[in-house]
Ligand binder design. Sequence first.
Ligand code: DHB
Length: 389
Amino acid sequence: IKTQVGIVGGGPAGLMLSHLLAKTGVENLVVESRDHETIRNTHRAGILEAGSVKMLTDSGVNGRVLTHGDEHTGIDLRFNGESHPLDFTDLVDATVTLYAQNEVFVDLAAARKRDAGDVRYSSEVTAVFDLETETPKFHFTDADGNGFEVHCDILVGADGSRSFCRRAVPGTQDFKIEYPFAWFGILTEAPKSSPELIYANSPHGFALISQRSETVQRMYFQCDPNEDVDSWSDDRIWNELQRRVDGSDGFTLKTGNIFDKTVLKFRSFVREPLSHGRMFLIGDAGHTVPPTGAKGLNLAFADVKVLFEAIDSFYSTQNSALLNGYSDLALKRVWKAQNFSYWMTSMLHTPVNADPFMAKRALGELDTVTSSRYGQQYLAESYTGWPHS
Ligand code: DHB
């Protein structure tokens, strides 16, 4: 198969890039190892920066994010049993949109199908090679076991945190840290407990009260990375979540049937550089952030924007200057998001057996942030997303 851009990975990043390229007439092929159903049922974060929403709407993916997305004008930071609302509109004149990442995938997949895009699901990439030539190539096997060789001008690794593409090449350096905790995530049939998302620091650990709709809610609590979901009954989960948001105001979670339970392990990771010859890494393939602050998908979309403009320039001017600059430019935002995600995570979580000094220090930090307009603005600006380059 010959194509201009070969995209390994059909999650939101790969499909968004494919969609933008197709709109400017750049031929591309997407190869994804999972099937559509599996990705559709993979629950991830749900917060979109305004810039990410704009990428979906400006490019005509469709308007579902506008009709089904829920605009949020702030968050609530809860600690010492008290709520501290942050109003993003007032602080930085920006908002975010709650729209689940799997819905973003569904919309993008539908748009690719509508526009007759070539997306091969259930197809495993088995080799990437000739990356340092002008015709990078890869092999894949489709769902029926047929093998293909793809020749392209540009190869993109959009294949997630365990990226085959990334592992096929040596980077200059991999940067990573692990965390001694994970998130226990649930979906529940319950009404909203609060109008805004609640990020809670408590002596029992972190909790996040998020939402999906009027009738379905998403919540997380800090847990051991090896926690077994089957040892958690609904009652036990509700007790754990409630004690992490308990306070003198008597705030009480609205409970309901829990229909999805998952332990989400995470880490901070960056591969440098984000390119190797004619292969470029976008999204989780190149970097992953811990989930606190929901930067993962937004960062992936920011990569897509930078890479799309570089590829567009490559075909319209025959000049590869922007392609050569992709890694450096994308990494600037990556490290800002790494800092923000690490900062939110360490401020809001208390490691088991933490030095009591560290737990108290985090409360001092939360107080510093919430008691000053500058502090609130610092968080609000990062949370709602820096301008796209
Ligand atoms: C959600 C996840 C996050 O990591 C976050 O910071 C906010 C919301 C969510 O799944 O709704």
